[in-house]
Design a protein around this ligand. Structure first.
Ligand SMILES: *Cc1c(COP(=O)(O)O)cnc(C)c1O
Length: 386
C-alpha cells in the first residue's frame, strides 16, 4: 500500500521522548515545551506558543481578539472544518467565502462582499441584512500554498478587520517577493495557527501553536492556554483560561521533527517535481501549481481531474486506486453546505464548488520514492486514460 501521508520519524524522536519520560516531565511543563517554542520562534521569526492542536490555537486566537456573540467572521468554504468550528465555539457566526485558483480565500470576492453586502461606518463593518458586525477574516493557507496576503491585509485595514491565518498546512511556506518578502505563513495577520497533527508536515502526535509578532499578545495566549494562572502557588485566576498547553512528551517529538523540517520540505518539493514531470501532457487532468511568489512547503499535491475526459467519477477513481494499493483522498466538501452551517451566509461560491468536485490528493509522504510515484502515475493512467 502506498499511503497518502504518513509521519516520518527518522531523527531524534525516540531519544527525546525517552529522555522526557525518564526525567518524569511528561505533562504540560518541561524543557521540551520551551525548546519547541524557541525552535518555532527562530524558524518563523515570530513568537510561538505551543498548544494542544491547531483547533485550540484558532480558538484561543479568536477568544483573545474578543470575537464573540453577535459578530461575523469571514471564512473560506473550501477547507477543513476545524478552520471554522472555533468561530462557533466563541459564539460568532461564519460567513462562507469562495476561493481563487490557489484554493485559498478569494480577496476579490471578500472585497465585493464588503462593498455590496455591508456598510462601513468608519469603525465597524456591518452586514446589512443581519445588522451584525463583521470582525475578522480567517485565511487558510491551503495545502502549503499562501493566500494573497497583500490584498487581504489591505481589505482588513480598510474595514478594520482582524486577520487570523490558519497556517496549519503551511509551516515553512514563505513569501519570496513583494511587500511581505521573507515572511513565513502565519506571521502576517494578528495571529497565525499551526498544527502538528499526524498528517501535517511535522507532527507531535497531536499539537499546535499560536504565532504572533507581538510579544505581549503571545504571552497572553500562553497565559490563556494554562488556565489563566496569575500566580504559580496561590491559584489566582483573573480571566477564564483553557487547558490547551502542549505536553512535554508531545514537544519532545516536536523538537526532533523541527530538526528535520527543512529536509522534509526539500523531499516534498522533489517529489512534487517528479509528479509534475510524469503527469505533464496527460489529458485527464493536471497537477495544481503553487503560487510563484512563494517558497511552498508543498505539503499536499492536488490532481485536478478533467471530468469530461475522465471515464470514472471521483469516488470510483479513489476506490479503484485503493484496490490497486494507492491511497488518495478527495478534497473537502464545502463547509457552508455541511449540516451545522447550512443556514449560514455563503457568498457567491463558484470556484470552490468547481474544485471541490475535481480534486484528489495524491500520496505525498516524505519517504515516498520515485518508484512509488511512477507506480501512482502508471496506475492513474491505466484506469483513466482513454
Ligand atoms: C489540520 C487542520 C486544522 C486543525 O488542526 P488540528 O491540529 O488537527 O486541530 C485546522 N485547519 C486546517 C485547514 C487543517 O488542515
Amino acid at each position: 500500500m502506498i499511503p497518502l501521508s504518513i509521519p516520518n520519524f527518522e531523527g531524534n524522536e525516540v531519544k527525546y521522548v525517552s529522555d522526557a519520560v525518564s526525567q518524569g516531565w511528561v505533562s504540560t511543563g518541561g524543557a521540551y515545551v520551551s525548546r519547541m517554542e524557541e525552535l518555532l520562534s527562530e524558524y518563523t521569526s515570530s513568537y510561538a506558543v505551543a498548544c494542544q492542536s491547531g483547533t485550540s490555537a484558532l480558538h484561543m486566537a479568536l477568544y483573545d481578539l474578543g470575537i464573540s456573540h453577535g459578530y461575523m467572521v469571514l471564512v473560506p468554504t473550501l477547507t477543513f472544518i476545524a478552520a471554522v468550528n472555533p468561530v462557533t465555539y466563541v459564539g460568532a457566526e461564519p460567513v462562507f467565502m469562495d476561493c481563487d485558483d490557489s484554493l485559498c480565500i478569494d480577496p476579490e470576492k471578500i472585497d465585493e462582499f464588503c462593498i455590496t453586502e455591508c456598510k462601513y461606518d468608519g469603525q465597524n463593518l456591518i452586514h446589512t441584512k443581519s445588522g451584525k458586525k463583521v470582525k475578522a477574516i480567517i485565511v487558510v493557507h491551503v495545502f502549503g500554498n499562501i493566500a494573497d496576503m497583500e490584498k487581504i491585509m489591505d481589505i482588513a485595514d480598510r474595514y478594520n478587520l482582524y486577520v487570523i491565518e490558519d497556517a496549519t498546512e503551511a509551516l515553512g511556506s514563505r513569501i519570496e517577493f513583494g511587500r511581505y518578502k521573507g515572511r513565513m505563513a502565519g506571521t502576517i495577520g494578528n495571529f497565525g495557527a499551526l498544527s502538528f497533527n499526524g498528517n501535517k508536515i511535522i507532527t507531535t502526535g497531536g499539537g499546535g501553536a499560536v504565532l504572533s509578532t507581538d510579544k505581549d499578545k503571545a504571552l497572553h495566549i500562553k497565559y490563556l492556554s494554562t488556565q489563566a494562572k496569575d500566580d504559580p502557588h496561590f491559584y489566582i485566576h483573573n480571566e477564564i483560561g483553557f487547558n490547551y498547553r502542549m505536553t512535554n512528551v508531545q514537544a519532545a517529538i516536536g523538537c526532533a521533527q523541527m530538526e528535520e523540517l527543512e529536509e522534509f520540505i526539500s523531499r516534498k518539493n522533489k517529489n512534487y517535481q517528479i509528479y509534475l514531470e510524469l503527469l505533464e501532457g496527460d489529458v485527464f487532468g493536471y497537477i495544481l501549481q503553487f503560487r510563484d511568489n512563494i517558497r511552498s512547503n508543498k505539503w499536499f499535491y492536488s490532481l485536478v481531474i478533467d471530468k469530461e475526459k475522465c471515464p470514472l467519477d471521483i469516488k470510483e477513481l479513489i476506490c479503484v486506486l485503493s484496490k490497486a494499493g494507492i491511497e488518495t483522498r478527495p478534497i473537502w466538501g464545502l463547509i457552508g453546505e455541511q449540516k451545522p452551517y447550512i443556514e449560514c451566509v455563503s457568498y457567491k461560491i463558484e470556484k470552490a464548488k468547481y474544485y471541490s468536485e475535481r480534486i484528489i490528493n495524491l500520496p505525498c509522504s516524505t519517504n515516498l520514492t520515485k518508484g512509488q510515484i511512477e507506480e501512482v502515475v502508471n496506475t492513474l493512467r491505466k484506469y483513466i486514460e482513454k
